[in-house]
Design a protein. Structure first.
Length: 124
């Protein structure tokens, strides 16, 4: 999850280095306003804590694609190994092994979406 705000002068999106999960903990560290220099125009911006938003990272899509690649590799290897013993046994083993990476991807994506949703709904 990335925290960002829009510059009040040029409307450029600026990302903050903080890793807080809600505005309350961000407010404890920064106060009622975040003071930051814009990355595009270089002007000093003072933005209210409620104007800071959260956005999901690109790691979500990387994990999703990676889990499907791992699932396909596991599927091919298990079918190659157990294919001669009978199609039903190979299919059952393949299905059991496919669940792990796909389940991990779904759980990670769901938890990140909930974190972003919680941050954006909670105002101080």
């Amino acid at each position: 999850m990335k925290l960002f705000f829009k510059c009040i002068y040029c409307s450029e999106v600026n990302y903050l280095p903080y890793r807080h999960m809600d505005r309350g903990s961000l407010s404890n560290e920064c106060g009622q306003a975040v003071s930051w220099n814009c990355s595009k125009c270089g002007k000093h911006c003072i933005v209210g804590i409620n104007e800071v938003k959260a956005r999901g990272t690109k790691l979500n899509s990387v994990i999703l694609i990676g889990s499907f690649v791992v699932a396909i590799l596991i599927s091919a290897l298990s079918f190659y190994r157990y294919g001669k013993s009978g199609f039903n046994v190979a299919l059952l083993i393949e299905d059991a092994l496919l669940v792990v990476p796909v389940l991990f991807s779904i759980v990670y994506s769901y938890s990140e979406q909930n974190s972003v949703r919680f941050f954006n709904r909670y105002y101080v």
